[in-house]
Design a protein around this ligand. Sequence first.
Ligand code: DGL
Length: 258
Amino acid sequence: MSKSIGIFDSGIGGTSIFKEIHTLLPNENFIYLADSKNAPYGNKTKEDILQLSIKNTELLINEGCKLIVIACNTATTNAISYLRANYDIPFIGIEPAIKPAALNTQTKTIGILATKGTLSSHLFHKTTNLYASGIKVIEKVGEGIVPLIENGKLDSNEMRTLLEIYLEPMLKQHIDFLVLGCTHYPYLIPMLTKMLPEHVKIIDSGLAVAKQTQAVLTSNQLLNTSNDKTSIKLYSNGNVDMLNSILDNQFDTSYLDF
Ligand code: DGL
């Protein structure tokens, strides 16, 4: 079916997920919403995160999307059950990849960096209790990281200083996995790789989300079988240049007031 896959995030971070899905499903059409005007979601109340998620969902449904990917851990953990119960369209969410880290840790200690909204959510606690009982999970709120990324300061001294602060207690307690629980954070992997000892593995959920999107489209017979040229549109209600630059100017981006 040639209708678009809709994707939203609090800003430009969800493009890390968009890129994974686009690589796996190059024949699909996409509409991406970067709600940068309202970033970060991570410090907002559950009710505010829900209302923003509803706004983004309704826009994508009005645009005729066939499936929605919530490319935001904060919005998924706080709003996906409501959205699934109230809108008749498949939703794919993203949650921190606690399970593979907990299954593979040798030191029985893993670190997770995510937003306050994700770490305090009921869904996150449920997942952690389910998969990581008996494992020490060191949680850190990545306060300040998302605003720096949204403002083009990905590779900055301020970023390095923040990461040092968040990683220090994790390394002291001998984590061997670092779970990235926010879709903005995969863009930090080059910096994190330089900062972490070699034996600490970094895990994010991007590829798993792409595979899940493929599976749900397949089982609902929603894959695009048309041979027409694909349409990929990315919208920001904030700084479009930032959206463009995180995607290396490869896609059609524009401003939209939503
Ligand atoms: N990219 C988002 C996430 O995965 C949200 C970050 C934020 O807006 O605080 O959680």
